[in-house]
Design a protein around this ligand. Structure first.
Ligand code: HPA
Ligand code: MG
Length: 224
């Protein structure tokens, strides 16, 4: 790690509560989801541009010690691959480079509700491999922040050299624990969104824009 990144936590694109977003017919939406969404909240192109900047910030903050990018599946997979592609691009073209290793985890909560109970880390290599490493946790969304706080407690147990968190989205919600990631793409209103690998009961991961699901969509894809 190098440099002063203290202002990164407050540096993100704010999508305001009163945003209109974009009409679905202004963008390309898969036919099978046309009736299930109310609007596009963040177009894939803007996501791509924002990730380009996050990659630059991360390359600025880390050094030749490198980092282990830890993907939180499944929702984090798009952000993870796009972010790493941008970092790799900078590594090819800058006069300095940040070596990357990758690992993948899934989180299982014991209670159905995401925001309560405890979590278990499943999959991935033995977490002990992270001891002494610079770890960058890559997550799709911070909602209440409680899941991430529990994950950080578990990760600190294996004593990495440092742990940073990059989240594509942070929800502005009164249910927030106050947790803020080190790198944030967008701060969004307190609505349920899908796309860009975020799901509703495993649907919509194959939608490239971040969109708001509508009532018909919630009904159609409700867990049986
Ligand atoms: N969409 C999908 N997954 C989520 C959300 C959301 O709005 N919040 C927390 N997990
Ligand atoms: Mg997630």
């Amino acid at each position: 790690m190098s440099g002063d990144n203290s202002d990164r936590r407050t540096n993100f694109i704010t999508i305001p509560d009163d945003t209109a977003g974009y009409r679905l017919d202004e963008f390309c939406i898969p036919k099978h989801y046309e009736d299930d969404l109310s609007r596009v909240l963040i177009p894939a192109g803007l996501i791509n541009d924002r990730i380009e900047r996050l990659a630059r910030d991360i390359v600025d903050d880390f050094d030749e010690d490198g980092l282990v990018a830890l993907c939180v599946l499944k929702g984090g997979y798009k952000f993870f691959t796009d972010l790493l592609d941008k970092i790799k691009g900078l590594n090819r073209t800058l006069g300095r480079s940040v070596p990357l290793a990758v690992d993948f985890i899934r989180l299982k909560s014991y209670v159905d509700d995401q925001s309560s109970g405890s979590i278990e880390v499943i999959g991935g290599d033995n977490l002990k491999n992270l001891t002494g490493k610079n770890v960058l946790v890559v997550e799709d969304i911070i909602d209440t922040g409680k899941t991430m706080q529990k994950l950080l407690t578990i990760l600190r147990g294996v004593k990495p050299k440092c742990i940073k968190v990059a989240s594509m989205l942070v929800k502005r919600t009164p249910r927030s624990s106050g947790y803020k990631p080190d790198y944030t793409g967008f701060e969004i209103p307190d609505i349920f969104i899908v796309g860009y690998a975020l799901d509703y009961n495993e649907y919509f991961r194959d939608l490239n824009h971040v969109c708001e699901i509508n009532e018909a969509g919630k009904k159609k894809y409700a867990s049986k």
